[in-house]
Design a protein around this ligand. Structure first.
Ligand code: AMP
Ligand code: MG
Length: 342
C-alpha cells in the first residue's frame, strides 16, 4: 500500500516537472519521431510523425487497403469491378469518394471529371503504353465522359454503357486525410505526410513553428517556393509529373474534359492549399485544366483555398492569402511573385 502511494507520488511529480518544462520552454520536451516510406498508389510516400513508431504499420495498412479498393489497374478493386461490369456495390471509402468527386466535378463546372477515364486510357496513361488517339476516337469517347452517366442508389453505383471512372485525381488527397485522422485519433499532434507531392501538414512542428512545405520547381530538382502552414494540405498538379513526347509534341496526363486533349494552356503546375486533402487534390487538378484566367476567377468566387500558379515561361503567381506565407526559393529566389487579388 505504502509502495503504491510512493509510486503515485513519483508519477505525479514527474508529470508536474514535465508540465513546468513545457510551460517554460515548449520546444524542450522530447517527442518521439518516427518515419517510414513506402511505394503505393503509383508514387513514393514519405510519412514522418511525432509520435510512436508503433502507429506506422497501421498507417501503411490503411493506405494498402484504400489502394486495393480504389485502383483502376488492380482488377480486383471495387472501382475496377465497377468499370468492368457497369454496376457494383461500393464500400464506405470508395462510395464516399465517388460522391465527393462528383461534387467537385459540379463545383468546377466539369473541369474535374472522374468519367474522363476512357479518354485517359486511350492516351495510354493507365498502362504506360502511350499513343496519340485519332480525332475520330476522341470524338467517340468524349460523350462517355459525362457524370450524368453515373447513377447512385444506396451503396450501389451503376454506369451507363461504356462509361468508366478513375479516382486518380483525388485518391491521394483522401488517403492523406484518412492518415491524418488516424494519427490524430491516436494522439499525434504533429506530422508531415508526403504522398508523392501531395503533402499534408498535421498541426505545427513540435516546437510550435509552422511547417515549411516546398512547391516543386517544374523545370528543376529544387523548390520554386516554400509555403509556411499548419493543418493544411498542399497539393500540386503539373504537366511535368507525367507526360510523353510524340513527334516533338509533349502530352501530359491531365486531360481537358471539354476536348479530350492533354492540357496545354501555358501552366506548368498549380498548387492548392486548403484544410482538406481531397479538396486540395481535386481542385489542383481542376484549376490546372481551367487555365490561369478561369482558375483565378474560380478562386475569387471561393473562400476555402489558396493557390500557386507556375507558368511554362517560369513566371509565378500566388493568390493574395499567400502573400505573407509563400516565399520564392532556389532558382525563383530573385523572381517577382505576382499577387492575385480578389
Ligand atoms: P492529379 O495528379 O491529382 O492532378 O491527377 C491526375 C490524374 O487524374 C491523371 O493521371 C488521371 O488519372 C486523372 N485525370 C486526368 N484528367 C482528369 C480530369 N480532368 N479530372 C479528373 N481526373 C483526371
Ligand atoms: Mg488531383
Amino acid at each position: 500500500m505504502r509502495l503504491k502511494a510512493r509510486k503515485k507520488h513519483i508519477a505525479l511529480l514527474a508529470a508536474l516537472l514535465a508540465a513546468i518544462i513545457t510551460a517554460l520552454c515548449p520546444g524542450c520536451t522530447r517527442i518521439e519521431k518516427a518515419h517510414t516510406d513506402l511505394i503505393a498508389m503509383d508514387t513514393v510516400m514519405d510519412l514522418t510523425i511525432y509520435g510512436p513508431a508503433e502507429l506506422l504499420p497501421g498507417a501503411e495498412e490503411l493506405i494498402r487497403t484504400l489502394e486495393k479498393e480504389l485502383s483502376v489497374t488492380d482488377g480486383g478493386s471495387e472501382i475496377a469491378v465497377l468499370n468492368a461490369s457497369g454496376e457494383a456495390k461500393l464500400g464506405e471509402n470508395a462510395l464516399g469518394l465517388v460522391k465527393a468527386a462528383l461534387e467537385y466535378g459540379e463545383r468546377t463546372g466539369g473541369a474535374f471529371d472522374i468519367c474522363i477515364f476512357p479518354v485517359v486510357r486511350a492516351w495510354g496513361f493507365t498502362t504506360g503504353e502511350y499513343r496519340v488517339p485519332s480525332k475520330e476516337e476522341l470524338v467517340s469517347l468524349l460523350p462517355l465522359a459525362d457524370s450524368s452517366r453515373v447513377h447512385i442508389s444506396g451503396d450501389t453505383v451503376s454506369l451507363d454503357e461504356g462509361t468508366m471512372i478513375d479516382l486518380g485525381g483525388i485518391a491521394k488527397g483522401r488517403a492523406a486525410d484518412m492518415l491524418a485522422d488516424y494519427f490524430r485519433a491516436n494522439g499525434v499532434k504533429s506530422a508531415i505526410l508526403n504522398l508523392g507531392g501531395n503533402v499534408l501538414a498535421l498541426g505545427a512542428k513540435p516546437n510550435g513553428a509552422d511547417w515549411r512545405v516546398g512547391v516543386a520547381d517544374p523545370f528543376g530538382s529544387g523548390n520554386a517556393c516554400i509555403i509556411s502552414c499548419r493543418d493544411k494540405a498542399v497539393v500540386t498538379s503539373g504537366s511535368y509529373q507525367r507526360y510523353f513526347e510524340a513527334d516533338g509534341v509533349t502530352y501530359c496526363h491531365i486531360i481537358d474534359p471539354s476536348t479530350g486533349m492533354p492540357v496545354n494552356n501555358g501552366l506548368s503546375s498549380v498548387t492548392v492549399i486548403c484544410s482538406n486533402g481531397a479538396e486540395a487534390d481535386a481542385l489542383s487538378t481542376a484549376l490546372f485544366v481551367m487555365g490561369y484566367e478561369r482558375a483565378s476567377e474560380f478562386w475569387r468566387g471561393s473562400n476555402d483555398f489558396e493557390a500557386v500558379f507556375i507558368f511554362s515561361d517560369g513566371r509565378i503567381a500566388v493568390t493574395e492569402g499567400l502573400s505573407e506565407s509563400c516565399s520564392p526559393d532556389g532558382a525563383y529566389a530573385d523572381r517577382e511573385m505576382e499577387i492575385i487579388k480578389r
